[in-house]
Structure formats: C-alpha cells, structure tokens
Design a protein around this ligand. Structure first.
Ligand SMILES: Cc1cc2nc3c(=O)[nH]c(=O)nc-3n(C[C@H](O)[C@H](O)[C@H](O)COP(=O)(O)OP(=O)(O)OC[C@H]3O[C@@H](n4cnc5c(N)ncnc54)[C@H](O)[C@@H]3O)c2cc1C
Length: 411
C-alpha cells in the first residue's frame, strides 16, 4: 500500500511538499481553499517572482530558533532551489544575486509546478477549505474535514500560509488547524508592510523618494537600521528600508503606542565630514537665500519642509539667518524624527511574522504535539526580508516536510 499524504494549502510550500512526497512514492492529495492553486505566487516580485537569492544568510531571516532554521537551510538551500526549478524545466536568471524566471513572469513558476504535479499524478482538490484536523485516529490515520468533504491520510502537511494578503487565500485559518493539533502559537504581526506616522505635515512631503538610512529606536538605543529608497506618503513611510524594518516596529507597537524612527538623508557622510561640509558651504554660499543655500541637498519638497520646521523663511538671506536655525536644517537632514503609530493591515503585508514555533517541531518539521502532522511555509515562525528569502523558505520547508511526511511510519 502506498502512503497517503494530505497537503492542506496549495501555495508555494504546499506544492513543493506535494511534489517531494509524490517523488518519494506517496499518493498525494492537495486540499486548496481557493478555486486554483498558487494564487499568491502570481503577485510575487511585482509579477516577476523573485524566487530565491544567491546570498542565503541567516541575517536575512527572523525566527525564535535560528539554529533550527540554519539546519533546514543547510539541507535545502539556494542551489537546491535552482536545481529543483531547472529540473522541472524553468530557465532562471539572476540580477545581483536575486533569482527570477528568465521570462520574468511569475506565472511561469506556477505553471512548471502545476505541470510537475500533473506528471506525478498529484490529486488537487480546489474549493476545499479545511476546517478541522483530527490527529490520532484509532486507525492511526489523521482525519481532515472541510465543510462538505472528509478525508483520512497517513500523514498531513499543513501549508496554509499566515495571514498576509488574505485575498490570495491565506486568511489565518491554518493557525486554527495548528491549534487543533495542540500547538501554542507565537503572536503574529504583518511584516514587509508600510508604516503610519503621526506627523501631520507628512502630506506636504508626500511623493518624495530618497536614498536614506532609517533607524528604529527602542528603550533609548538603536535596535535596527536599513538603508534604501525611502518613500514618503501622506499617511507615513514606505519603500524597501521601511518594509525590512516593519516587523520589528510592529512587534514594539504591540506593547506600546508609538515607536520612534529617525531618517538620515545623507548616510554617506561621517560626522566629521558633515561638519567640514557645513563650514565650507557657509563660507562659499552666504550670498544666497535660505532656499537657494540648501538647494541640491535634498528633494525640494523636503528641503522646504525642513526650512519651515527650523523656523526659517525660504526667501530670507542665508547670511543673515539665525545660525541655530540653519544648523537645525542640517540636523534634520541627518536625524529627522518620526513617530510611527501604526501600520497597514495584513491586506497590504507581504508576509506574516510569528506562528508555529520551530521548537514545537522536529528537524523534519513534524509536529512534536501530533505525530504525522508536518508544517511548511509561512505558517511557521520564520519570515525573511525582501529578496527572495520568503519563497526560499517555502521551497526549503516544503521539501523537508514533504519528504518526511512520505516517509512517516507512525500512527
Ligand atoms: C504581494 C506579495 C509579493 C511577494 N513577493 C515575494 C517575492 O518576490 N519573493 C519572495 O521570496 N517572497 C515574496 N512574497 C512572500 C511569499 O509569497 C510568501 O512568503 C510565500 O508565498 C508563502 O508561501 P506559503 O505556501 O507558505 O503560503 P501561501 O502562498 O499563502 O499559500 C497558502 C495556501 O493555502 C491555502 N489555504 C489557506 N488556508 C486554507 C485552509 N484552511 N484550507 C485549504 N487551503 C487553505 C491558501 O488559499 C493558499 O493557496 C510576496 C508576498 C506578497 C503578498
């Protein structure tokens, strides 16, 4: 008799788990709540699908158990992802280490996964939203129920994603299944998401994009920083550095109402160099108006706002202007303080941080509470930064869980 493996959720991790289990000889069924598998893959990487990264480093991930994550990524890393996709016929391309399908169409990634599932005879049942999982049946099997359909499998992989982008199907219902299997979850927050700030004058600078170093402050110290293109909007801040920092900010926001961030728009200058720059400019440019004096340091909208915040008038003479106010403009360029008081919802988030802790699963991602139940993908407490790291985790965890689920001899 072939082992029967049920995979709940046909996203990146679920499809990888299903393919791996089927290649091990198991009879595999995917139960997918949507009317099609892999909906989220289509929107990844702005429709191009950044499916991995040559620079695979633990620093790109967050989890409470980085030792366990390290073991997993060592067993299925970037080269394994490349080999897997090349093996199912996908031509890849690389941009600064970021991996994409050569055609730059996310649909191609989904297509090759679907072709491989069909070739392996994987049974895909769509429109099947799983509501209940009952491990430890007398038969030794695991019962799985949707509203209308009932199944029994030798082993089950829960790959329902988290709560991010619920329109693609990941509405958090997988967390309920994990709880039914006896797991206690780590609190979740949206990650890779825009942040809201309380400063009312943000409307005046909305639309500005600039290279900046963004720092997050907690308890008086800088707890994280990221550099990249910052985008200012009427509600707050966005862009890659903000996305990368959002999970840390959002965990602080769970315990307090506000988080302070500072923005440095001239990150290439050291303190000394910046002082020399100020002195030199003063000597050369005192004949200009304040606005003319600061021209070229920052985008115009932002400079005007900083001049206003320093109590200066754009048309007044820079030479005659209050020296402390001029210094204040320079200071704002380096240390613009913003107060984050919220974030966009899971609807806008690319990932969900938190979930099933890695210390409640084995090295093969099998539940320590319910033998025969495995987890893969974002439902686990692993989230990565932008750059292909979240999909890499989906492929890696899907592979490990699928392989072990097919080999499961318990019950
Ligand atoms: C806009 C956007 C862009 C992104 N871009 C990138 C990128 O370029 N690179 C990168 O690495 N990562 C990217 N990510 C993150 C990445 O897509 C996810 O981390 C990854 O897809 C998670 O895979 P998963 O299989 O764990 O979950 P999901 O892809 O969320 O799949 C879960 C599946 O389970 C199904 N499901 C849920 N509950 C049930 C249930 N109860 N019963 C049955 N089925 C259920 C869902 O319908 C869904 O199909 C992006 C995310 C978003 C939203």
């Amino acid at each position: 008799m072939r082992k029967t493996v049920g995979v709940i959720g046909g996203g990146a991790a679920g499809m990888m788990a299903a393919i791996t289990a089927a290649r091990q000889g198991a009879s595999v069924t995917i139960l997918e709540g949507n009317d099609r598998v892999g909906k989220k893959i289509l929107s990844t990487g702005n429709g191009k699908c950044n499916l991995g990264n040559r620079k695979l480093d633990l620093e790109e991930y967050y989890t409470e158990r980085s030792d366990r994550l390290k073991e997993c990524l060592e067993r299925f890393g970037t080269e394994d992802t490349v080999a897997f996709f090349q093996g199912i016929g996908l031509l890849l391309k690389e941009k600064n280490g970021y991996l994409y399908p050569a055609c730059e169409q996310a649909s191609a990634v989904l297509d090759v996964l679907r072709f491989e599932m069909a070739a392996l005879g994987i049974h895909v049942i769509t429109g099947c939203k799983v509501k209940q999982i009952l491990p430890g049946q007398k038969s030794g099997q695991i019962a799985v129920h949707s509203e209308e359909q009932h199944f029994c499998f030798d082993s089950v992989v829960i790959a329902c994603g988290g709560k991010a982008a619920p329109k693609t199907g990941s509405d958090g219902s997988g967390f309920q299944l994990a709880e039914q299997a006896g797991h206690k979850l780590l609190p979740t927050v949206p990650a890779l998401v825009q942040l809201r700030c309380s400063e009312p004058y943000l409307k005046a600078v909305s639309g500005v994009r600039a290279d900046a170093m963004v720092r997050v402050w907690d308890g008086g110290g800088c707890m994280a920083c990221e550099r990249g293109e910052l985008q200012l909007t009427d509600y707050g801040i966005s862009g890659i550095p903000v996305f990368q920092l959002s999970r840390q900010v959002n965990y602080i926001l769970r315990r307090q109402r506000e988080v302070e961030v500072t923005v440095d728009f001239l990150p290439d200058y050291g303190k000394k160099e910046y002082e020399i720059l100020q002195m030199g400019r003063k000597l050369l440019q005192n004949d200009r108006t304040v606005e003319e004096f600061f021209t070229g340091m920052l985008p115009k909208k932002l400079m005007r706002q900083f001049v206003k915040m320093a109590g200066l008038k754009p048309g007044e003479s820079a030479g005659a202007a209050d020296e402390n106010a001029m210094k204040e403009v320079y200071r704002l360029c380096r240390e613009w303080k913003l107060h984050v008081n919220g974030h966009h919802s899971y609807d806008n988030a690319q990932v969900c941080a938190g979930g099933v802790p890695l210390d409640q699963v084995t090295e093969n991602l099998e539940s320590l509470r319910a033998p025969g139940v495995y987890f893969a993908g974002e439902i686990l407490d692993v989230d990565g930064k932008c750059g292909g790291y979240n999909l890499q985790w989906a492929w890696c965890s899907g592979y490990l869980a699928g392989k072990a689920a097919a080999d499961f001899y318990g019950g």
